[in-house]
Design a protein around this ligand. Sequence first.
Ligand code: URA
Ligand code: ZN
Length: 383
Amino acid sequence: MSSRLLIDVHNHVYLPRYASLLRSRSNAPRILSRLAVSGGTEERLLILDHEPSGGRPVGPQYWDRSEKLKFMDLHGIDISIVSSANPWLDFLSASSAVDMAKSLNEDLEEYCQTSPTVSLSLKRLYGFGLLPLVPSVSSNSLVQIVDQISSLPHLKGVIMGTRGIGKGLDDEALNPMWEAIERKGLVIFLHPHYGVGKEEWGEKENGHVLPLALGFPMETTIAVTRLILAGVLDRYPNLRLLLAHSGGALPQLSSRLASCIHHDPVVASRLKHDARYYLGKLWFDAVAYGSEELEFVGKVVSRATRYKSASAPTETDVPQSNKLLFGTDYPFFPPLEAQNEKWRSVLDNLEAINGVESWTQDEKDNALYQNAIDLFGLNQSKA
Ligand code: URA
Ligand code: ZN
């Protein structure tokens, strides 16, 4: 691929079928209509039971494909890998979740397949499918939906929350699902929804700041750490996981994690490698809003092979930006006031990549598009 591109791997949609489901509900997650201060009605999205500020305003940016394409044009984004937004199917019964997953995966395939093209071989939209990850769902159903997703040519992976089928991602019952995802070569996008216990946030009204800035990344940190501790990456070494929000606090805490494991008789001999090795097996979106943070994640990831066990095959260090990928989190974090102008949240994440002092232009291009082409096999895609 010779021409330069911009590829957004972290952005969301509530597909029309899903938005209708949320409108039909009387408890969270739901979309409700209420009288607007300006007169008329407005729709609001409530995704958690005790959502601050009466939820958030929602509109066509959440479901309308032409709005997403307009946003992409405004910011020079050539390709988006679109995922359903949280809380996915978490609130449904097993049989409804299976039916809904099948239908939404077909909807998303159509949404991508009928999108405009970037070039002869590339569409502007690709997607992450949904799995019916709810309590009591059978492994067979999970594997069947993995098969469905991998048969849909414009879906390149699955988006997944942190709860698995109710017991988290270290649940052995998920083994057939990991095996199927690995066999089909789908990318897993691991994304938070629940944050951490709301009692941590005190009594002051701080809007969504604490759950979003701290709760979300901590949730991801804990989930992926449990997955590593359960040996999932030892059993399925070719699984490809992309972590939301640059992996939360995992890069900062990975040496501490390694030391705690080393000193704990319960887990000391459980894993094949030092905990830091597994960071090199992960991908990280670049939704961190700062150059220094990206540079730090790149450094931590690139040193991972130093921590492989002596018996592992020789691997060379990963170049510093090779596991980081540009994202926007659209339609979340829109500007509070001016419309039709570029979004601060997007500009911050672009400037963060372009401002990493130690990266060459090629290394910045890796994060802006080349890593996405490689991870999602877009050079092999047919439009
Ligand atoms: N808020 C959410 O609920 N989801 C996101 O992905 C980002 C912000
Ligand atoms: Zn997101």
